[in-house]
Design a protein around this ligand. Structure first.
Ligand code: BG6
Length: 478
């Protein structure tokens, strides 16, 4: 696939929505100020809201967090000058013809017209916008479309959506974001695994007892309850972000680092995972605590909602490398801390030589404070011969003091410009991921089992520790 080099126009659909505000515009600006966008870049916001350029620029200013960089104001001014706005409907050709006319005007003077259509939209308008963008706004240069979850609500609806989108955009033109794939430590998994013999040798059921992939957020669904209640934590985080991490963590070594070789291996391992069983799942929902509201206190949430805001699900991989190793995916809102990590717990040392000694654990902390550390036992320094738990610690901010870790969305937008699909989700990956979770989701939607309550700001449902221990996890000594 060709890289877009000299000029590019980004068309951000849903320019006044949440995603554009929080992620798309800040990422575009972040790339712009680092001179990472093509020289001839333009950004066109598109949404239904009517507003003039002045108002639009005022909003962009609000979306972008000011910092102390002396060139900030200057760069922001420049960025605003490259940004314009078109308002129009999402479902009528006429609006898109107007948009196209505007794009042609902007691109006049550039030899090429490369367009990146960024859909920061609610799913109800994915298909019409994809359709009209392709029919009315397709340029003679390179055209690409960026879309982001939700990709349906289960296997079936996802497949239908993919098929609908394929009528207008080829797989090659399509960039499906799962922003976890843009995170530094998720990308680092490939290097940790495949550039280190020491890691690679211990990477299987012979050495590993259990793996936890954990996502914790210290805030609830505040303001997003309406969206969230339709989806729940499994669809919001586990089925996509955590499963992506799992697939990179467990796939076989790809033939090369080309996007298709990597994605082939991810799909293979996902297809070896049978659907999650109800008995391998623990669901929770947060309740008010310490002045913080419960999930059901959110006005946009139905009063009798059973929607899980926490879930721990255990997955098994039916292949020779991983047979019998439980992968515990935990995700929850309104917990005690913000943390995303992978925790690989190794097996016990064979009995008979040490009594009561901790297991090794390799922890990859994805955020905050990116780190890789290995918990291991060492001789306690001194005359006594005694093993004590300690760790080898690669905390990024201490080890790589002058490297800034880029924002996931910046990384992904750059990849889309380059035409590199490695960190985007292929259609068959989505199929495989949905197959793992669709039966349990249908069961939850149908049976509406009552989730365990947990207080806002706690570690999760009380049964969590016992649940995890059931799968062989042993608490290690600090
Ligand atoms: C989004 C979910 O995909 O990921 C949100 O919809 C969640 O509910 C977010 O908060 C987490 O992303 P990050 O990058 O903050 O870990």
């Amino acid at each position: 696939t060709d890289a877009i080099k000299d000029s590019a126009t980004f068309i951000v659909f849903g320019a006044s929505g949440d995603l554009a505000k929080k992620k798309t515009f800040p990422a575009l600006f972040g790339l712009y100020r680092k001179d990472l966008l093509p020289r001839g870049v333009h950004i066109v916001g598109y949404a239904r809201t009517k507003m003039d350029t002045e108002e639009y620029h005022r909003r962009i200013t609000q979306y972008i967090k000011r910092d102390n960089d002396p060139s900030f104001d200057f760069k922001l001014e420049e960025f605003k000058n490259l940004s314009s706005y078109v308002s129009g409907g999402y479902e009528d050709s006429e609006s898109f013809r107007r948009l196209n006319a505007r794009l042609e005007e902007i691109e006049e003077g550039y030899g090429t017209s490369n367009r990146i259509f960024y859909l920061a939209l609610p799913p109800s308008v994915f298909v019409p916008v994809a359709k009209h963008a392709s029919q009315e706004c397709y340029s003679r240069g390179i055209n690409r479309i960026i879309v982001e979850k939700p990709f349906g609500k289960d296997f079936q609806t996802c497949r239908e959506l993919l098929n609908d989108l394929k009528k207008y955009w080829t797989e090659e033109e399509t960039y499906r974001i799962d922003h976890y794939l843009g995170k530094e430590m998720v990308k680092n998994l490939l290097v940790l695994r495949f550039a280190n013999v020491a890691m690679n040798a211990a990477w299987d059921k012979n050495s590993i007892s259990n793996v936890q992939i954990t996502f914790k957020e210290p805030f609830g669904t505040e303001g997003r309850g309406g969206y969230f209640d339709e989806f729940g934590i499994i669809r919001d985080v586990q089925q996509n972000h955590l499963l992506q991490v799992l697939s990179i963590l467990t796939m076989e070594r790809p033939v090369s680092f080309s996007s298709e070789d990597i994605r082939d291996e991810k799909v293979k391992v996902l297809r070896a995972i049978p659907p999650v069983k109800a008995e391998d799942t623990l669901l929770g929902q947060y309740v008010a605590f310490n002045g913080k509201p419960g999930y059901l206190d959110d006005d946009t949430v139905p009063k009798d909602s059973k929607c899980p805001t926490f879930s721990a699900s255990v997955l098994w991989i039916n292949n020779p490398r991983w047979e019998g190793v439980p992968f515990i995916l935990k995700a929850g809102k309104a917990l005690n801390e913000a943390k995303v990590e992978v925790r690989i717990q190794f097996k016990d040392v064979t009995q008979g030589i040490f009594a009561d000694i901790s297991r090794n654990e390799l922890v990859v902390r994805i955020q905050p404070e990116e780190a890789v550390y290995l918990k291991l036992n060492a001789k306690s320094p001194g005359y006594a011969f005694r093993a004590i738990p300690t760790e080898m610690d690669l905390t990024y901010k201490r080890r790589f003091t002058d490297s800034a870790i880029p924002e996931a969305y910046e990384v992904l937008i750059l990849d889309a410009l380059k035409g590199d699909h490695s960190n985007f989700v292929r259609d068959d990956e989505l199929d495989a991921a949905w197959k793992i979770f669709t039966p349990i989701l249908h069961w939850i939607d149908g049976e509406r089992p009552k989730p365990d309550s947990y207080p806002y700001g706690s570690r999760g449902p009380e049964r969590l520790d016992a649940f995890i221990e059931q799968y062989g996890y042993k608490r290690t000594q600090e």
